[in-house]
Design a protein around this ligand. Sequence first.
Ligand code: GLN
Ligand code: ZN
Length: 755
Amino acid sequence: MTHAANLGFPRIGAKRELKKTMESYWKNEISRSELEQVGLELRRRHWHQQREAGIGIIPSNDFSFYDQVLDMTATLGAIPERFGPADGDIDLDIYFAMARGTPEAPAMEMTKWFDTNYHYIVPEFTKGQHFRLASNKALDEFNEAKKIGLTTRPVLPGPVTWLSLGKAKEPDLDPLDLLEDVLSVYAELLGKLKDAGAEWVQIDEPVLVLDLSDKQKEAFRTAMRALSVSGPKIMLATYFGKLGDNLSLATSLPVDGLHVDLVRAPEQLDDVIARIADRHLSLGLVDGRNVWRSDLDTCLEQAERAVKAIGADRVEIAPSCSLLHVPVDLDQEKTLDDELKSWLAFARQKLGEVAGLAKALNEGGEAVAAEFVASANANRARKASPRIHNPAIAERLSRVSPSALNRQSPYAERRARQAQIFKLPAFPTTTIGSFPQTKEVRQARAANRRGDMDDQSYGAFLKAQTKGCIAYQEEAGLDVLVHGEFERNDMVEYFGEQLEGFTFTRQGWVQSYGSRCVKPPIIFGDVTRPSPMTVGWSQYAQSLTSKPVKGMLTGPVTILNWSFVRNDLPRSETCRQIALAIRDEVQDLEAAGIAMIQIDEAALREGLPLRQDDRPAYLDWAVGAFRLAASGVRDETQIHTHMCYSEFNDIMPAIAAMDADVISIETSRSDMELLDAFAEFEYPNEIGPGVWDIHSPRVPDAAGMEDLLKKASRVIPADRIWVNPDCGLKTRGWPEVKSSIAHLVTAAQAMRRAA
Ligand code: GLN
Ligand code: ZN
C-alpha cells in the first residue's frame, strides 16, 4: 500500500503561539518550563492533526525553538567558543544566545534558506573542531511522539547540507574536511534513534538540487555509506528543484528511499523512476512553497505512473518540501470570500490532499470521489474566473515596445541635466525612505483598522507625522528628503492592498526567522492599478519644502518575490504586470511635480534561481521589469533604487543594466567591501553606500562615518557618492535617529570640505 507522508509541519502554531511564547520568554515574563510546555503542546497538536488528516508517515524533530539548522548545530556540539565552554551542556539559553547574541557574544550569522524567505543560523567551523552528541532533541521528540502512540520519522538536516551551508572561520579550512568527525556523531544519534524504535529517518539534503563540486559529491558517497550502516532506514529528501546532473549521484547512494520535488520539477519523474532501483520513492506532488490547491487529477496520474513502475508499496505521496513555508490553516480565514478560498490550500489542507491521493491509489477513485470532484471543480472555476483574467492588461503588455524599457537619453546626458536642476552639493545626504514607526503610529493604524479611529482623523494624524518629519529633515540639513512612509504598514502590503489581483489573509503567517513571521500577500489574478497609490502623500510632502522629496515606491521584482504568486502564469509575466502598474505610478508622480522617485528593489537578488544555468534568464526579466517600471519619465526626473544587503559580485552586469540614476545599498557592516564589486565593474551611475548600520541601536559617530566615506571614495569617484543610512529607519527610535542623522550630516560636510 502507498503511504501518505509529510516532511515537516509549520511550527509556529495556527495563532503564532510559538512566536508569542518565545518573545515572552526572552522578556523574562515566563519561565523556561512554561516555554517548554507550549513547545510540547504544539508538537502534540501538530502530530494529532497530521494523524487525523490521514498521514501515515509523520515527521518529528521538525519542531524547533528557532531553526532546524541551529538545532543540528547544537546536536553536533558545534558551539562557537564565545558562547561558553566547548563541553558544557547545550541548554535553551545557550541555544538562544547563539541565535540572538548577548551583550558579550555577537549572534551567529543568519542567512536565507535556499530561495525561501526562511532564514537559518549559519554554522561556524574552525580547524580541529571537536564534535560530540550534545543534544538529544531528536531522540526526545521521537520518544514524546511514541507516548501518544506514534512512530514518527525523525527529520535531520543531512551532513553534507549542514557543512555546505556553514562558514569556515579560518581561510584555509574547507568545511567538508570536517565530514568524518561529523559523521561519527550522526551515526551515534542514528543508532540511538534506532534503539528507540525508529524504523526510518528523513535526512534532508537539499543541496542536491544545487550545482555541486566534485568534493561535495564525494562527501555524499562517504556520508551515506557511513550512515547507512547501522541506523534506521534513510529517506534522503531533496527539494526546491530538480536533481538534474546530480540525479545519478542521488540514485547511486546507499539509501533506502529518495524524495523528489515534482512541483518545481515534474519532468524528472520518469528519469527518477528509471533509476530508483529497489529504493522507496517519495513523490513531492503537493506544493509546499505556495498556497494553491492541487490539481489532484494530474497528481494522481503522476503517482500512478510511479506505482505502475515500482509497485504501490515503495511509493509515498508527500508535499514537495516541508510545509514550513506555507501558512498553517485556511479554515481560520474568515474574511476571504468563498470563491477565492476554494482555490487555496494551506498546510492542513495540503495534508488532506496528500492523504486523499494515497487513498485514491490504495482504495480506488471511488473512495475519494467527492474530494477529487471538488478539487477539479475549484480548479476549473479558477481557470475560467473573470476575476483572474483581465484581457486589457494582456493586450496592453503586448503593445509595450522595447523602447519603453529605455530612458530617453543615456545616463551621462541625464546626469548633466539633473545636476543643473537639483544643484546638490558634493556628497549629497538622504535617507532610504521610512522614519520611525513609533508606537503612536502603529496604534493609530490599528485603531483605524478596528474602526476606532475614523479615516479623517487617521488621515490628519498621518499628515501631522509627515509634516513633522519634513520639518525635522530640513532642520537636520539633509539635502534630499522623504515623506517618511508613516502611512505604510509594510512596503509590499501597502501596494498590494491598492492593486487589483492581490488578496490578503488574516492569519497566513509564515516563519521568516526565529520568532519573526511574515504574512505575504497572495497574487491571484492579473495585476492592475485602479488609481494612484502614493501621489497624494508625495505631493503633500513636497508642498511643505523647497528641497526635493523623493517619491517612494516598491519595485515590481520585490513585490513579486515577497508574495505568494499565482501558479497559472509564468512569474515573469506577473512581474511585467506589476511593472506596468508601477510605471503608471512613476509617471503620475512625475506629473504631480515629484522630481526624484525611488523604486526599491530590496529583494531582487533573493529571487535568483538556485542553479547557475537558470540565472541569466531570471536576471533578464527581472531587470526588464525594473526598467519597464522606471523608464517612462523625462531625463530630468531622477530615478533612485535601493537594495538591502546583497552579494553583488556575480550580478553586477544586471545591477548596472537597471540603469537607475542613483542606487543606495547596505554596506556599513561589510566595511564598504561590497563596494569593490561596483569599483571593479566601473559602475557608471551614482551610488549611496550605507554608512550607518540601522539593524543595531548603536549610534554611529561622525568620524566613523567619515572613515567609511573616505574608504568609499578610494574606490568610487567622489562625485558619484551619496551619503545615506544602510536601509529604512522604521524600526529605530527617534532619539537614535536624530543623533545618527546629525552625525551623518557632519560626516558629509567634512567630506565636502576635504574635497
Ligand atoms: N523605502 C523602504 C524603507 O525605507 C525600503 C526598505 C527596504 O529596503 N527593506 O523602509
Ligand atoms: Zn534596505
